[in-house]
Design a protein around this ligand. Structure first.
Ligand code: ADP
Length: 191
């Protein structure tokens, strides 16, 4: 079972994933971008260099392709929990490129292995502003609050359009409440 945790920056993905590591000790925890050795090099470029949108898209695709081939395919019999996935890839890409083109490129890169279930942590504008103000911003986050809220909508519409089942959670709830809900839904899949 391949499950992705999605949400814009500061929505609480890594906080939840750290908790899930204790709850699901046999699961394989991965992240995008930058999980594989090659991916770590790509991640460095994506977040630090000023590159064109198309070049950035292909770097994300290369990272995802390597992850699918080396890590996900050999472990599809296990519970895989991923911090971000192709859903983020398409949701961010949609700001610049055609949705169907992105889906096709991603299907090619991943041999059509997409997450089977997605958990989306959704932030309201005030909570997002509050959390971003406490954080140093990288290249992607510098693009602003309204940009991130649009990406958040894109995450949801991407799941809808690809007909991937998802659970939408209010990311302003307490860490414990969100953990409880995620644990519950994942447990139903693995029992
Ligand atoms: P992401 O991995 O999605 O970027 P993080 O897990 O790093 O998000 O969380 C961003 C910040 O928000 C961190 O400082 C974290 O402690 C805080 N945070 C995460 N979840 C919650 C929550 N439910 N309530 C309050 N603060 C939270």
């Amino acid at each position: 079972m391949y499950i992705a945790i999605e949400g814009i920056d500061t929505s609480g993905k890594s906080t939840q994933i750290e908790l899930l590591k204790k709850d699901f000790k046999n699961a394989l925890f991965i992240k995008e971008p930058g999980f594989t050795k090659f991916g770590k090099k790509i991640r460095e470029i994506i977040f630090n260099d000023e590159i064109s949108k198309k070049a950035e898209l292909f770097l994300f695709l290369a990272d995802r392709s390597e992850l699918i081939e080396k890590v996900i395919k050999p472990n599809l019999n296990k519970l895989i929990i991923s911090d971000r996935s192709v859903i983020s890839g398409i949701a961010y890409g949609m700001e610049f490129f055609d949705f169907d083109l992105l889906v096709n490129l991603n299907r090619f890169a991943t041999d059509s292995i997409f997450p089977q279930f997605v958990i989306i942590l959704k932030l309201d504008k005030e909570t997002l502003k509050n959390r971003l103000s406490k954080k140093e911003h990288d290249n992607i986050e510098k693009r602003g609050i309204d940009y991130l809220l649009r990406i958040q909508d894109n995450l949801i519409s991407t799941c809808n359009r690809l007909e991937i089942p998802y659970l939408l959670l209010d990311a302003s709830n307490s860490i414990e409440e969100i953990n409880f809900r995620i644990k519950k839904v994942i447990s139903e899949f693995v029992k």
